[in-house]
Ligand binder design. Sequence first.
Ligand code: ADP
Ligand code: MG
Length: 464
Amino acid sequence: MFAVGGVVMSEIAISLKNVSKCFKRYTRPVDRLKELLLPGKSRADEFWALRDINLEVLKGHTLGIVGRNGSGKSTLLQIIVGTLTPTTGQVQLNGRVSALLELGSGFNPEFTGRQNVFFNGRLLGLSQKEVENKFDEIARFADIGDFIEQPVKTYSSGMFVRLAFAVAISVNPDILVVDEALAVGDEAFQRKCFSRIQSIQERGGTILFVSHSATSVVELCDQAVLVDSGELLLSGSPKLVVSKYQKLIYAPSEKLEALRQEIREINSQLFRGSGKTAVISDQTVPGSTSKISLQKPSAFYDPGLIPQSTISYISQGAKIENPCIFSKEGKVVNVLARGKEYIYTYQVKFTEVAYKVRFGMLIKTLSGFELGGAASHSLENAVDCIEPGSLVQVEFKFSCYLLPGVYFVNAGVVGTIDYTETYLDRCIDAAMFRVQPEDNLLANTIIDFNIEPSVLLMQQQVTA
Ligand SMILES: Nc1ncnc2c1ncn2[C@@H]1O[C@H](COP(=O)(O)OP(=O)(O)O)[C@@H](O)[C@H]1O
Ligand SMILES: [Mg+2]
């Protein structure tokens, strides 16, 4: 182990030093051929997609990479993964890398899903036997049914990304690189992916995440970088980086250069005296899906809205069953109307005697951010004793102070074993629901604070 600038080398997962990438662009395809056959004068325009990128990502960190379209994010990821070589500079990686690059890469369209799983598994360093052992798990995660035996060219983009993500995470990578691909899947699948990304984070893995979704970058990443026209403009906290990125997207073109300079200055202040190496990140917007026009939304049940990320922990004498949401009229629903009251309910079957029992719930966003929850009892007022064979119905009435979007709910039962409060059963993503989109809604983001805006023109300027 040796140290560079105070950082021990073994703690660095990814290091880029003065990395630049130049693409040659030929106006006519024949010029490329001429240049090969008749060396000498170049017929190509040079295009620098990346210029002098310095970046270090420490192990265990999640870096978001943001930037406008064409800014060089995918090029950067491909250089890190090794599918492109840098024109100048050095890349160093420490650990097994697995990548989910933009759609189309990595899979052979003529091969079936199964053949591609084997092909990619081998590329990722697994033996034939290892892929065989993991195949069922990969197919289960992708959940594309018989399509696994069909050529990949017949897949929808959603199926494609399901299989690609399933393969990418199957190797338990030390470094996972995700390039905007997740925005393609539906919310249930996205949640499943985010929950896998979180378990890689918990294991100490390093993640690079390109996305347009400000919320996902802020929630998932602990560092972020802003790339613009091939330049690493800013490296800092996800909140800071995302705010400058949004400013850049909405800037009128005549203000762009001044804004870039302003961001560069913020960056040099942040990195004054600490050398010049930055850390990167970005991601895409899952956002709201369908824009259905609904005058007066009412709650209903959508059979397609079933969580795919449900994790049931090993139970200790209690089992959570039938988690669902009821409307006040007593109908099972999972598409809710903003502002209305609902009941989240589940049953618990006890197979062993339990002491000091309490029940709980927790509501989260798609990317796993915990919004709010409740326990059924305080610690002092816990249910003293529940006999084996008992069945308990647990209900949490709640008001839906959430804005349109998709949310997930946990369920949990705790009891006291040997004087310590322990989970008797726990179910992550037990249920999911959508809050319906509405026309002309002024409120935004996640929480509905029932804000009532009022704007008054106090003095009208009279023009002569
Ligand atoms: N193989 C290539 N040949 C020529 N130009 C390329 C190639 N790949 C990417 N580019 C160009 O490099 C720039 C950065 O592209 P990319 O890294 O895909 O941006 P982003 O992922 O941020 O949208 C774009 O202008 C793109 O047209
Ligand atoms: Mg890209």
